[in-house]
Design a protein around this ligand. Structure first.
Ligand SMILES: [Zn+2]
Length: 255
């Protein structure tokens, strides 16, 4: 009799644990079609932006760099709110060089790992002959994505292969991108602090699993997020980034 009741717990307890651990059970579900996903998580209808220009101002002091000159107030044109890759008006007007000291920037704009507890499931760089412009982070579906740094939302909409995407412009001059979201929680022009919830993880756009595709860009050009964030320890790197505008592109070096 005693042996049977012990046996029962051995069977029942793991079953309870399995049911209660949401991420574990959700990840085991075989992929569902995007149509079925839409029914499960109705997406907000994207309404075209009514005004052509958004004027926002950064409440933060300029980043202390050798040529600190982030344009204040900041304005977003219709094109800036419509495309992930967008030139940053005025960023290189006074000098072709921009220096961002990450520890200084982090102190002023704060820092939060964009998907707390996430693991890297696909690195930045060449992937199956194509360039992977960001880094893929995974926890579980519908998990909360947070702003990595304080800034202003430059774009929040559905955008081709990116699916539901958010772009945040930071006072350092670079931007962070959060893509494949099942739901965006912030709108263009909204000010966010580091750690503020901005979206929920999904697989909208071109994605085979629920995850966060995270990018960093300057003047529309993506660069290696590993230069900014230590993805193993989920901390801000101690780096100094130098952006030099040459013609239409930006050369980025790290020290
Ligand atoms: Zn990706």
């Amino acid at each position: 009799m005693y042996r049977y009741s012990v046996l029962r717990y051995i069977i029942i307890l793991p079953a309870f644990w399995f049911l209660l651990s949401g991420c574990a059970t959700k990840e085991k579900v075989s992929p569902i079609s995007s149509e079925a996903l839409k029914k499960l998580h109705p997406l907000p209808i994207y309404t075209p932006i009514p005004a052509p220009i958004y004027t926002v101002s950064f409440p933060y002091r300029p980043v202390r760099d050798i040529e600190a000159r982030i344009v204040i107030p900041e304005t977003f044109s219709a094109s800036e709110t419509a495309h992930v890759s967008s030139k940053h008006k005025g960023l290189f007007d006074r000098s072709s060089r921009l220096v961002v000291e990450l520890p200084v920037f982090g102190k002023e704009a704060g820092f939060a790992f964009p998907l707390p507890g996430a693991k890297v499931i696909s690195p930045y760089g060449k992937r199956r002959g194509r360039m992977h412009s960001g880094i893929d982070l995974k926890t579980c579906p519908n998990d909360t994505i947070v702003a990595a740094f304080a800034g202003v939302v430059r774009m929040s909409k559905r955008y081709g292969a990116y699916g539901n995407v958010i772009v945040i412009r930071h006072q350092s001059g670079f931007e962070t991108v959060y893509s494949h979201n099942v739901k965006n929680l912030v709108k263009v022009g909204e000010h966010v602090s580091a750690g503020d919830p901005i979206a929920l993880t999904g697989r909208t756009g071109r994605a085979t699993t629920e995850h966060l595709h995270f990018e960093v860009r300057v003047n529309g050009q993506y660069f290696d997020p590993n230069w900014v964030i230590d993805f193993q320890n989920r901390t801000l790197k101690d780096n100094k980034l130098l952006f030099v505008k040459t013609g239409n592109s930006v050369k980025i070096t790290v020290s």
